[in-house]
Write a protein of this length. Structure first.
Length: 247
């Protein structure tokens, strides 16, 4: 399969309204083209024009749930990869039920979330499991592998250690902790969606994106939230660094 250049990649983003600007700018920073749209009457058109789809449940309502499912089914039909972010899936029944529907109805290529979010997906897929706390690195790896195996997808767990797993292998990215800044995972997901949109396999795209984010965190480690730079500037600085990448 021919691999596209990022400048030729278009990503349809049904993301939360808090971070849609960050998602769009992060895609533009690396040369990709974002389509931001969540009206049920146009989402199929946008998905057809795109090389990949982001579904982010960070700010749900019944209209966007319908749009996400409609886009996801279209993406499956057109063989466009889907990157799913189950943001705060544990916070409400609506989020959990929506995620459960997507997991059943859609072929998802990459699931990206923090430990709590991936663990909640794990509990949906394994309702017989009891809740646990303070899991070891090996147990977190096992959870990622199980989710990957059951959903036939790649899993990215963004935690103190980033984990990229499929049903055959696991890659760890140890070093700088992920910043506690709202929108960071959304930018991460946008990068994954752009790279998978070039035609790379899901796990290869996820590993490439994880490596890039790992390196960018290292560059920004001196600009952490306890400095004069401040919370509000971290994502902007991250996107600025993304623009300097030669991908």
């Amino acid at each position: 399969m021919e691999i596209k250049d990022l400048k030729d990649v278009r990503v349809h983003c049904i993301t939360n309204y808090i971070t849609s600007n960050l998602v769009a700018n992060s895609l533009m920073a690396i040369g990709a083209t974002p389509f931001i749209g969540d009206d049920p009457d146009e989402v199929k058109d946008l998905t057809k024009l795109s090389d990949s789809l982001i579904i982010n449940i960070g700010t749900l309502n019944f209209r966007t749930i319908r749009s996400m499912l409609k886009s996801g089914l279209c993406a499956n039909l057109k063989q466009r990869p889907i990157v799913f972010l189950p943001v705060n899936i544990f916070a409400s029944n609506l989020r959990r039920q929506t995620a459960e529907t997507f997991l059943k109805e859609l072929k998802i290529d990459v699931i990206l979330g923090d430990f709590e979010e991936i663990y909640e997906v794990y509990k949906i897929l394994s309702p017989e499991k009891e809740s646990e706390k303070d899991l070891t690195e090996e147990e977190k790896e096992s959870i990622c592998r199980m989710v990957s195996e059951r959903q036939k997808c790649t899993v990215i767990m963004v935690s103190d250690i980033d984990i990229v797993a499929d049903d055959e292998s696991t890659t760890f990215f140890r070093g700088e902790k992920s910043p506690k800044v709202y929108g960071y995972k959304c930018i991460y997901g946008a990068l994954v969606a752009a790279i998978i949109g070039t035609g790379l396999k899901a796990t290869d795209a996820s590993k490439k994106a994880a490596k890039i984010m790992f390196e960018l965190k290292g560059k920004l480690k001196d600009l952490e939230l306890n400095t004069e730079i401040g919370l509000g500037n971290y994502n902007s600085l991250l996107i600025n660094e993304m623009q300097k990448l030669n991908l």
